[in-house]
Structures are given as structure tokens and as C-alpha cells.
Design a protein around this ligand. Structure first.
Ligand SMILES: [Zn+2]
Length: 110
């Protein structure tokens, strides 16, 4: 099955629509300063993820509390994916290394 990311709400199932509602509620109540213009609500039909993304490919997902939107990163070097919270739990750190997951990955691109 191909990875298909859609913003077509008719493609969302019940579960995805409920998740989309939580995302929009978090965005409405708290915003997401890292998201800019061209913001869309998306569903990845392969992974099942529902997320916000802007025209610069910044991605926002719900945090563990389901109250706040946090940035979802993909390390450009190794492909490691996750939130800053995920990264810290695995002894990585996106915010310290310009979006790379570790000093090793950042160094390979300097
Ligand atoms: Zn990495």
C-alpha cells in the first residue's frame, strides 16, 4: 500500500475525525508557534497519523496530554522521527542540534 497523505476529510474515518477534533481544539486553545502559512490538517492513510503541517513541512502532533500541539521532527541525517519528548527519552535532542537528532547527525552535515 502506498503512503498517501490526504487533507480530504471524506477520507478520514471516525477515529481520525475524532483525533482531528482534538488537534483543532488544541490549536484553537493554545496555538502552535512553529506552524506558519499554508496550514493543513492531514491524514496519513498508511501510518494512521493525523497531523497539522504547513508549507515549510513543519509538522504538529498532539502531545501525550492531548491538550497541546508539539512539533514532530524527522532527522534529515538518520531519519529518526519523533517529538522532542520522544527524543529526550531516547537520549536524543532535536532542539539542541538544529533539527538533527544528535550531535553526530549534525556533525555529518557540517
Ligand atoms: Zn539523526
Amino acid at each position: 500500500m502506498n503512503t498517501v497523505v490526504t487533507a480530504d476529510l471524506s477520507q478520514f474515518g471516525i477515529r481520525e475525525l475524532m483525533f482531528a477534533r482534538l488537534l483543532l481544539q488544541a490549536y484553537l486553545e493554545h496555538g502552535a508557534e512553529f506552524l506558519g502559512s499554508g496550514l493543513t490538517l492531514n491524514f496519513n492513510t498508511s501510518s494512521g497519523y493525523v497531523f497539522l503541517s504547513d508549507e515549510d513541512y513543519n509538522v504538529g502532533v498532539l502531545d501525550e496530554s492531548e491538550e497541546y500541539i508539539v512539533q514532530f521532527y524527522t532527522c534529515p541525517q538518520c531519519g529518526y522521527e519523533g517529538t522532542q519528548h520522544d527524543a529526550i527519552n531516547e537520549e536524543k535532542d532535536f532542539s539542541a542540534f538544529e533539527g538533527y537528532c544528535s550531535i553526530e547527525c549534525l556533525d555529518k552535515n557540517r
